[in-house]
Ligand binder design. Structure first.
Ligand SMILES: [Ca+2]
Length: 418
């Protein structure tokens, strides 16, 4: 068995595939011949087309437990583990919140997910995970079967689009709001909902295409919702301040342009991005973002409000005064970075095409030399996140149509802090 064998884990329910996808590399290539589903209308994004309960919007909230058919995939006493000490057995290793995630102590939490994408933790330490192609959200409680708890209406998965980022309200204990970024028939949009209730569109009008849909959303330490978007195969949008594409946006929890944004009344926080799928803050509140290069240089950038990160004029380091240069670049074959996370003084980068986890030393806003971890173990990596207990959670993306699917894919692996 390739990769980390299943042991003491549980599987998600089998989900239907959404059909064949073009095989290729990892969400980094620009191709003018790429068939686009929709250019969308470049209307400005904060159309507040709120839905109400009882409209024709098809709501497919799945009753909790109804489809929780996941079976324990016990591998006996681990006789086939080949001495792999990285697989932890029946009970979860405790995590020290003050420690560092131990990348040699991976524990499979869930198997059988269909192209997992967004991941967000609830205050109780469980997590919500989004499946890109099915539009389902599953709740993951370590040690039990992943349970479908919601289905986002109007998800139109195609190419890189579908149900993408998830975020949980910083005030979840009071408001119980969950946020999702997804591709609809003719645009990318952000909805907010409570589990079991219909969603409300809080931001729309982000152009969609079969590639470069961005999709990461996360609440910053300032309580605002940050959004990484893509150029939707139209690079000029990244330099157009009136378009939400090719940007990092900063919104209030209600989806309005956040107060203090560089241009009052605009949701744009930074521009000149190609396809941002990774957002993370260090302990000092600095924002770091990952984006896919075209064919030369993937980037990690330190994001400052109002700055221009160069795309499409510059890919990677440009060296001039006009654009901000990235702190770290990779050849696209080594990375093609999606999610990023920061724990302590390390930045973690989940690489799709690179099929490894990059760790980058972080100090005072500067990044050191990256080190590749987990190469040739798990395949394509989409999302990395730090749990409330300090553990690092990592999702694979081998069922996204561009990977080699192995037994148990896709999975979530947990690395406890030590
Ligand atoms: Ca750049």
């Amino acid at each position: 068995m390739r990769g980390i064998p299943p042991f003491g884990t549980v599987s998600a329910t089998a989900a239907p595939r959404s059909g064949d996808r073009r095989r290729g590399y990892g969400e980094q290539h620009h191709s003018s011949s790429e068939q686009q589903r929709s250019y969308g209308e470049q209307r400005w994004g904060f159309g507040r087309s709120r839905w109400r309960t009882g409209t024709s919007v098809p709501l497919r909230v799945i009753a909790a437990g109804l489809l929780a058919l996941g079976a324990v995939t016990a591998c006996g006493d681990g006789a086939d583990r080949s001495g792999d000490s990285r697989v932890v057995a029946t009970s979860l290793a405790p995590s020290s919140s003050s420690g560092v995630p131990d990348l040699d102590a991976g524990q499979d939490l869930v198997h059988g997910l269909d192209a997992p994408w967004g991941l967000a933790f609830l205050p109780d330490g469980s997590a919500l995970v989004a499946e890109r192609d099915t539009g389902r959200i599953l709740r993951v409680v370590p040690g039990t079967a992943a349970e479908p708890v919601y289905a986002v209406p109007e998800v139109a998965a195609a190419g890189e689009g579908g149900l993408l980022g998830l975020a949980v309200s910083p005030n979840y204990a009071e408001d119980r709001y969950v946020y999702a970024y997804f591709t609809a028939a003719d645009e990318n949009r952000i909805v907010r909902f409570r589990l079991g209730e219909p969603p409300t569109v809080i931001f729309s009008g982000i152009a969609a295409a079969s590639i470069h849909d961005g999709g990461r959303i996360a609440f910053g330490p300032d309580g605002m919702l940050y959004v990484g978007t893509g150029d939707a195969s139209r690079p000029a949008l990244s330099q157009d301040p009136s378009s939400p594409n090719g940007k990092i946006l900063r919104l209030t929890p209600d989806g309005d342009p956040a107060p203090g944004n560089p241009t009052p009344g605009s949701p744009v926080y930074s521009l000149g991005h190609r396809n941002v799928q990774g957002l993370a803050w260090d302990s000092a509140g600095r924002l770091f973002a990952a984006e896919f290069g075209r064919n030369r240089a993937d980037e990690i950038n330190l994001i400052e409000p109002g700055r221009n990160y160069g795309w499409p004029e510059v890919e990677g380091v440009g060296g001039g005064d006009r654009f901000v240069d990235p702190l770290v670049t990779w050849d696209t074959s080594e990375a093609s970075p999606s999610g990023v996370a920061i724990a302590g003084d390390i930045l973690y980068v989940a690489a799709l095409r690179g099929e490894r986890l990059w760790t980058v030393p972080l100090r005072d806003g500067a990044l050191g030399t990256p080190t590749a971890r987990l190469a040739d173990r798990l395949g394509r990596l989409r999302t990395v996140a730090v749990a409330p207990d300090g553990a690092l959670w990592l999702t694979t993306s081998n069922t996204d149509g561009r990977g080699d699917v192995r037994a148990g894919d896709d999975r979530i692996v947990r690395f406890p802090a030590r």
